[in-house]
Design a protein. Structure first.
Length: 237
């Protein structure tokens, strides 16, 4: 009789432990939201995610949000970082906008690759295919979609960098053509002196000597050469 009671107790405990373990090991669905200031609200992001979950027949287990500037890296966001510490392989992370995952394209790519390496599914509602719940729950399809997205995102980011570089160079060329002096500001030289010195160099003062020029500016000859030396050293002349 005692033997039967002992076996029944062990069987009960095993069933209980299996049940508890099953709850513990069940994969979770996280939703992450980010706003930049306390004057903003996460309502729009949260509502968009909830509507998506209702449409696809699942519930969000954990909502996480950060109020922090978009210029901060993902791992520098306290609540996001803490959420990642609780991720388990097979969990899902949902964001309303993929850019919520990083400060720029490069950061987003790094973050998605890191999540993918951990076995975390990433669903971004603003990106075609990444917002397909059925496809993103298929391991082989989701991996392929993520790989394609990362490749395209990297390509677009590189194009944007090249465009910015080209625009900057075009701006510099236009400035040079207009006769603007380029380079670092001449530290320690009054702006008024730089302005008048440029006039002197362009001939607006006519054929006057340095002594005559410094008298007009109310400075000493030694100060004149000091300022000119600083400007030459900074590449402004």
């Amino acid at each position: 009789m005692d033997f039967n009671k002992n076996m029944a107790r062990k069987t009960y405990m095993k069933i209980l432990m299996d049940f508890v373990e099953g709850i513990w090991m069940e994969n979770k669905i996280f939703a992450y939201m980010r706003i930049s200031t306390n004057h903003q609200k996460t309502d729009r992001q949260k509502q968009t995610i909830i509507e998506y979950s209702v449409k696809n027949g699942f519930n969000i287990d954990v909502f996480v949000s950060d109020t922090i500037t978009g210029g901060s890296k993902a791992d520098n966001r306290p609540n996001y970082h803490n959420m990642k510490e609780h991720f388990r392989k097979g969990d899902t992370l949902i964001v309303s906008d993929v850019d919520r995952l990083g400060r720029n394209a490069d950061d987003v790519i790094v973050e998605i690759k890191d999540l993918q390496s951990r076995g975390i599914r990433v669903v971004a509602l603003d990106v075609p295919f990444l917002n397909d719940w059925e496809k993103m729950n298929d391991d082989s399809l989701s991996k392929m979609i993520i790989d394609i997205f990362v490749t395209l995102k990297a390509h677009i980011a590189q194009q944007e960098k090249e465009k910015i570089h080209d625009r900057v160079m075009q701006g510099l060329e236009v400035a040079k053509a207009k006769g603007k002096k380029l380079g670092r500001p001449a530290t320690g030289v009054p702006k008024e002196f730089i302005k008048e010195y440029n006039k002197l160099q362009s001939g607006e003062y006519g054929n006057i000597s340095v002594v005559q020029f410094v008298k007009l500016q109310g400075i000493a000859v030694s100060t004149f050469y000091k300022y000119v030396g600083i400007m030459k050293g900074s590449g402004n002349i």
